[in-house]
Design a protein around this ligand. Structure first.
Ligand SMILES: Nc1nc2c(c(=O)[nH]1)N[C@@H](CN(C=O)c1ccc(C(=O)N[C@@H](CCC(=O)O)C(=O)O)cc1)CN2
Length: 285
């Protein structure tokens, strides 16, 4: 049986540290501020944006939620982003993804000021990560790295297999693992013999968005398994991208879903917002 890497517990510890720093910053007259932008009525996005607002409140941060109709045009959203870019009470801007199809996500993400890009999706911040000099790092992969660190996993020389090549998770987490001296393989829908690739991994990071696609029998005895998937089955049930029950028989450590990577995503957003506020306070941006 494997050790469960408890995302909720790691997130709670980090949030307590962030709250302490927020308090110190407030004494200097700076209240970290996050603006969240939700376009449309995607139920999962509504939940995530609400969770982000609640988390800000719990940690004493300022947060403002902008809810726009699904019919919002790209120009209207760009105008809001421009307003938030020049609002001194806002240190971080988060536009919840996915956006409705009439809006080009890249155009919006590139319009967010890189110094307020607490999602770490702006090409400037992506480029900084690419050259090994990260500024704001995307929240989910950043959370994965913190979990690995807290679980005592040293990546140097390890074979890491990332399943999924999204800009939000797969590509950045691969770069972050490379930065920690892992040998990284990124797998995707055209990868030949995925089971063989996974079977060779010391660390598997599943970020493919397909319920239980990674089979337990593919996991090497003693491997570490990080499951980024949050797949809703019916009304209530959430499952990851990995067959948890079978994989946990073989893995040395594994993240659950829910309660694994998910809570870390929001925690790292809070962390990035705090960092943005600190940089604004020192003029270091
Ligand atoms: N602008 C962004 N959009 C999206 C991001 C992002 O990082 N920035 N990531 C995902 C969704 N996401 C945050 O927005 C997110 C996903 C999951 C969780 C989470 O805590 N999951 C819980 C389960 C919660 C539930 O009941 O649904 C868990 O896994 O335990 C938080 C945030 C896409 N969009």
């Amino acid at each position: 049986m494997s050790t469960i890497i408890d995302g909720k517990a790691i997130a709670a510890k980090l949030r307590a540290e962030i709250a302490t720093e927020v308090k110190i910053l407030k004494e200097k007259g700076i209240i970290p501020g996050l603006a969240t932008v939700l376009v449309g009525e995607d139920p999962a996005s509504e939940v995530y944006v609400r969770m982000k607002g609640n988390a800000c409140q719990e940690l004493g941060m300022h947060s403002v939620k902008h809810t726009l109709p699904a019919t919002t045009t790209e120009a209207e959203l760009l105008a809001l982003v421009a307003r938030l870019n020049s609002d001194p009470t806002i240190h971080g801007i988060l536009v919840q993804l996915p956006l409705p199809k009439q809006i080009n996500s890249d155009t919006i993400l590139e319009a967010i000021s890189p110094v307020k890009d607490v999602d770490g999706f702006h090409p400037y911040n992506v480029g900084r990560l690419m050259v090994g000099k990260p500024t704001f790092q995307p929240c989910t992969p950043y959370g994965v790295m913190v979990m690995l660190r807290e679980a005592g996993v040293d990546l140097a020389g390890k074979e890491v297999v990332v399943v999924g090549r999204s800009n939000i998770v797969g590509k950045p987490v691969a770069l972050m693992c490379l930065q920690q001296h892992a040998t990284v393989t990124i797998c995707h829908s055209k990868t030949r013999d995925l089971p063989a690739k996974v079977k060779g991994a010391d660390v598997v990071i599943a970020a493919v968005g397909v319920p239980e696609m990674i089979k337990g029998e593919w996991i090497k005895e003693g491997a570490v398994v990080i499951d980024v998937g949050v797949n809703r089955i019916g009304e209530k049930k959430l499952v990851g991208d990995v067959e948890f029950a079978a994989a946990s028989q073989r893995a040395s450590a594994i993240t659950p879903v829910p309660g694994g990577v998910g809570p870390m995503t929001i925690t790292m957003l809070l962390y990035n917002t705090l960092e943005a506020a600190k940089k604004a306070g020192t003029g270091d941006r």
